[in-house]
Write a protein of this length. Structure first.
Length: 326
């Protein structure tokens, strides 16, 4: 049953262990007993009703309660008794959001119960709810862990592939586009890669920890599937490292190109300054306001001085060419 009343319950199901499940409300979820089947309760941890249920009606240990209701979380897996406290992250595909602003989901899973909490919407969880309604969902707590882990990782593939393609485009464009167009793009890609890796690296460790735990309800098949998901996450972390390093190399190439452009411009300015330095000296010398300036009363003195300066510039150009300055 999905609620929109703001009481915190997003959905709750009593799994029939055949792929389907019976929707439950708060009262039915609170009245659940282990011999009835596998219970899945999914809620918004920021809602007061959810917090109250976790603290007063869930029957969970205080350590588990604190982990599920913590404000700040990083991906992790902790084995406690016969269950697991798991925190995972998924890319943020909500409208108007950045994918690297990853959404957290906190879970408690044991052989008969799954409690999951989130604040922002996760499409992967919605899909699992839809699969249960259609009779094609997970049949046990172990299969649920596999489903949620796989769906979270699947959605990372498109985002990471998009980063790789953007880096490819920038590597080709670095020699043709203007620097002011490329530098913001490179900075954005590096920021996304850093933010994604910040959560994917510990998530890789968390997934590896899950498949390594020895629990009666976590079968060999599920452990193998979780190991494969952990391996895929490792590849995504390596892809992010590669994208970040390629972006850094592209940034260095761009900086080198900018430096070469600046050097060329400064070189041209230096040549022009060298050409006009002696001319400036002569005009300054002849322009001083004292008596005895040669040619002050001669009518053709201006043309003679101008011709002499032109000859001087010509001689400078010849010398610069001889010295291979250009």
């Amino acid at each position: 049953m999905t609620t929109n009343s703001g009481d915190g319950l997003i959905c709750a199901f009593l799994l029939d262990q055949q792929g389907g499940g019976t929707p439950l409300d708060w009262e039915q979820a609170s009245a659940w007993q282990p011999d009835q089947g596998v219970l899945w309760v999914h809620m918004d941890y920021s809602a007061p009703r959810s917090q109250q249920w976790i603290k007063e009606q869930s029957g969970l240990d205080e350590i588990i309660q604190e982990a599920l209701l913590a404000t700040e979380t990083r991906p992790r897996c902790v084995h406690l008794g016969e269950g697991l406290i798991i925190t995972l992250r998924g890319v943020n595909l909500n409208p108007g959001s950045d994918p690297e602003d990853m959404v957290s989901i906190r879970l408690w899973a044991d052989s008969r119960r799954i409690i999951s909490l989130r604040h922002r919407r996760l499409i992967a969880v919605q899909e699992i709810g839809g699969e249960i309604r259609a009779g094609r969902g997970p049949r046990s707590s172990a299969e649920f862990l596999v489903e949620i882990s796989e769906r979270l990782v699947d959605r990372m593939a498109d985002v990471i592939q998009s980063l790789d393609e953007q880096v490819d485009d920038l590597e080709e464009a670095v020699l043709t586009e203007q620097s002011h167009q490329l530098r913001p793009k490179l900075a954005q890609i590096r920021r996304q890669a850093i933010m994604l890796r910040r959560y994917l690296a510990p998530q890789r460790e968390a997934l590896a920890r899950i498949h390594g735990e020895k629990l009666n309800w976590l079968g060999e098949r599920e452990q193998l599937q979780l190991r494969e998901i952990a391996d895929r996450t490792t590849r995504y972390v390596e892809d992010l490292d590669s994208a970040r390093e390629r972006a850094a190399v592209t940034q260095e190439e761009l900086n080198s190109r900018l430096s070469e452009q600046m050097d060329r411009r400064m070189y041209v300015i230096s040549i022009v300054a060298a050409l006009f330095l002696p001319l400036g000296f002569l005009t300054g010398l002849l322009g001083i306001n004292v008596g005895g300036i040669p040619g002050a009363d001669a009518g053709d003195a201006f043309f003679i001085v101008t011709a002499a300066m032109a000859v001087l510039v010509g001689l400078q150009l010849v010398l610069f060419k001889w010295w291979r300055w250009f």
